[in-house]
Write a protein that binds this ligand. Structure first.
Ligand code: 5GP
Length: 112
């Protein structure tokens, strides 16, 4: 199985860790699109939103509760931040292991 993020979680590929708990690992994006650009990754392999159903609902609570903790940890909870999940080709997904982008540190342009 060729899963870049599992290799990062396992420490086989180095990363700048920001946060970790039993279910989630978060690290700095190698190609940041904002002053703060963190990838929040579930330790369980799930390819994308399309790979989830009701039995996997805990993936979302694990990811977004971690986002909240990281935002508090980095002191961006009050100033604000953006979360993005890319899905599939048109969504711009490059790594097929479900993850949340956490962007902050400047006023982000509006997409929607
Ligand atoms: P996606 O496009 O799949 O939503 O996001 C994948 C993200 O992973 C991209 O923002 C990309 O910069 C980041 N990325 C790809 N390879 C690496 C890597 O080896 N290390 C880190 N820290 N980030 C990576």
């Amino acid at each position: 199985m060729d899963d870049l993020f599992l290799k990062i979680i396992a420490g086989e590929i180095p990363s700048k860790k920001i946060y970790e708990n039993d279910s989630v690992y978060a690290f700095e994006d190698i190609n940041p699109k904002a002053p703060v650009h963190i990838l929040v990754v579930h330790k369980e392999r799930t390819e994308s939103i399309n790979d989830t159903d009701e039995s996997k609902a805990y993936i979302y609570s694990d990811l977004f509760l971690a986002v909240r903790k990281i935002a508090q940890q980095l002191g961006i909870d009050e100033s604000g931040y953006r979360t993005i999940i890319n899905t599939g080709s048109d969504g711009g997904q490059e790594v097929f292991h479900l993850h949340v982008h956490l962007l902050a540190g400047k006023k982000l342009g509006s997409l929607v």
